[in-house]
Each structure stands twice: as structure tokens, then as C-alpha cells.
Design a protein around this ligand. Structure first.
Ligand SMILES: O=P(O)(O)O[C@H]1O[C@H](CO)[C@@H](O)[C@H]1O
Length: 296
């Protein structure tokens, strides 16, 4: 067992358990589905029936949300009858928290009984076929901070969460990706649905033109500042993951372009696609089976 003192930043088993127990003692909901809302996509949380809200600042051990477009509260309720917990706002590396702290909610999800996690984000489109407003199912990620040792699993491993060296070739659940494609097709969303690779950077500055060109050459279709860290921790703990990127802006790849990435455009695109994303995730949650078979 890992003594509390060995936790790097308040993410030890005991600390996560204390947070999970506190939440469970304050709600009747026993969530099996976890949802993380990206920038401008917090409306998903409003889909929950009989919602119960907990501000992050009131939850023991939780960091505070500091980014505009991230409400900063945990919402419990049901979606299509399934017990859910939803992060209406997430944490990012550039907010100054250690990477272990920004991913702590994933461990809390696990300890509350969550089996499947749906994550959304806003991202810049690197793939030249992508348009603003497209939705990309994440089939994989490139964890750029991880190349420099900034991986959320750095530090002593606690086997109660997962193994020291978790596999990541199956990070994005194959069955859920297929389900998303089927649902998108049924809802008539084929025109704007894609599947691709997300690259996470530390931010908060948006990328230079040379960086965008490099990331595209490396195989990334979209670039953002979140999600991959959460997925690594969720997979380490054995939860199934499904993630969507809303292409909120075109990454600038051309020195003649007058385009400039900005957070207001990111939030605005979120508003435009919110309803369709909510419908897709709601339909997928409705079709989820209550098990945690690793189906990838
Ligand atoms: O990834 P989410 O939380 O959607 O936020 C995205 O939007 C912000 C930039 O506008 C960055 O935080 C980026 O990661």
C-alpha cells in the first residue's frame, strides 16, 4: 500500500477514496457513466435528469476551474435512465496544476463506480480536409508532453488503480467508436463526422505555423490541450474511453493566412454544434450495456 505521504500531488488512493466517499455520501446517484465536457461544450451536463451540482471549490481535494467556458462543477444525475457524473469543466496543464492533479477526477470516477468515460474537447483542425464545425471521433492520441516525461502516471504506481506499464494501443474503445459512427449515420451527421488522431500540447499559447505543420506531418489530425492525460489515467484504472473533438478552428498552416486562433471562436463553435453533440452522446449512453468488458 502506498502511504499518503508518497502521493505527489494529492492523487493517492487514499485521497481519491476520501473524495469519492465524500461525494457518494452527498448524493444518491451511483454513477456508471462519466462525462467530461470540453471548452464551450458544458451544455451536455444540462442533459442530466434530476441534477445535483457540486462546485469544484466545495469538493475535498479537487482543483479549481480557471478557464472561461468551463463552469467548474460536478453534476450527478441520470441520462436516459443511466446514473451519470459529469465534469462541467475540466483542468488543463497550463492552469499550473501538476499533471497528476488535473487527472485526479478520473480516479475519483473509478472509485465511485464509473465504468465508461465520455470525453469531449475543442481542438484545432490540422487535417486539411477538416472544416470548422466537424466532429472528430478520437481513434488515438499523441501525448506530446509525455515525450518529455510529463505523463500523469509518473510517480509511485499504486497497483490498486492499475499496472505500472499500461497498454495504450487500445485507449479509445473500438466498439464505442463503431457505435458512434452508427449513431452519427442514423442521425444524419455523416457530413461532419470524422475519425482521427488528436495531439495534446501543454498550451496555453496556440501553436505557431511551423508547429502546426510539424504536428500534421507527424500524423495528427487535430491539436488541443487536454483529454489525452485524462484518458491515460482512465485506461490505467480500467475504464472504457470514448472521446470526441469538435473542430472549433482551423490550425493556421500557411504564412499567407490572416487567420488567428482565439478562445472566443472556440467557444462560439461549441455553441453551434452543442445540440448535435448532446444528441449523439445521449443516444450512445442510451445504448450502453452495463458491463465493463474491454471490447477493443
Ligand atoms: O480541451 P478543451 O478543454 O476543450 O479546451 C480547448 O480549448 C482551449 C483553447 O481555446 C484549450 O484549453 C483547449 O484544450
Amino acid at each position: 500500500m502506498l502511504p499518503v505521504s508518497e502521493s505527489l500531488c494529492g492523487e493517492s488512493y487514499e485521497e481519491c477514496k476520501a473524495t469519492a466517499d465524500w461525494l457518494l455520501s452527498n448524493t444518491q446517484v451511483r454513477p456508471t457513466v462519466g462525462i467530461v465536457c470540453g471548452s464551450g461544450l458544458g451544455g451536455l451536463a444540462e442533459m442530466l435528469k434530476d441534477p445535483q451540482y457540486f462546485k469544484y471549490c466545495d469538493i475535498p481535494n479537487f482543483p479549481k476551474s480557471t478557464v472561461h467556458g468551463h463552469a467548474g462543477r460536478l453534476v450527478f444525475g441520470t441520462l436516459k435512465g443511466k446514473p451519470c457524473v459529469c465534469m462541467q469543466g475540466r483542468f488543463h496543464l497550463y492552469e499550473g496544476y501538476p499533471i497528476q492533479k488535473i487527472t485526479l477526477p478520473m480516479r475519483v470516477f473509478k472509485l465511485m463506480g464509473v465504468e465508461t468515460v465520455f470525453l469531449t474537447n475543442a481542438a484545432g483542425g490540422l487535417n486539411q480536409d477538416y472544416k470548422v464545425g466537424d466532429v472528430m471521433i478520437m481513434k488515438d492520441h499523441i501525448n506530446m508532453p509525455g515525450f518529455a516525461g510529463n505523463n500523469p502516471l509518473v510517480g509511485p504506481n499504486d497497483d490498486r488503480f492499475g499496472v505500472r506499464f499500461p497498454c495504450m494501443s487500445d485507449a479509445y474503445d473500438r466498439k464505442l467508436r463503431q457505435m458512434a459512427l452508427d449513431v452519427a449515420s442514423e442521425l444524419g451527421y455523416n457530413d461532419f463526422f470524422r475519425e482521427g488522431v488528436y495531439c495534446v500540447l501543454g498550451g496555453p499559447s496556440f501553436e505557431t505555423i511551423a508547429e502546426c505543420r510539424m504536428l500534421h506531418k507527424l500524423g495528427a489530425d487535430a491539436v488541443g490541450m487536454s483529454t489525452a492525460h485524462e484518458v491515460i489515467v482512465a485506461r490505467h484504472a480500467g475504464m472504457r474511453c470514448f472521446a470526441l473533438s469538435l473542430i472549433s478552428n482551423q490550425a493556421v498552416m500557411d504564412y499567407d493566412s490572416q487567420e488567428k486562433a482565439n478562445h472566443e471562436e472556440v467557444l462560439e463553435t461549441g455553441r453551434l454544434r452543442a445540440e448535435q453533440l448532446e444528441k449523439l452522446v445521449t443516444t450512445m449512453v442510451d445504448r450502453l450495456e452495463h458491463n465493463n468488458n474491454d471490447s477493443s
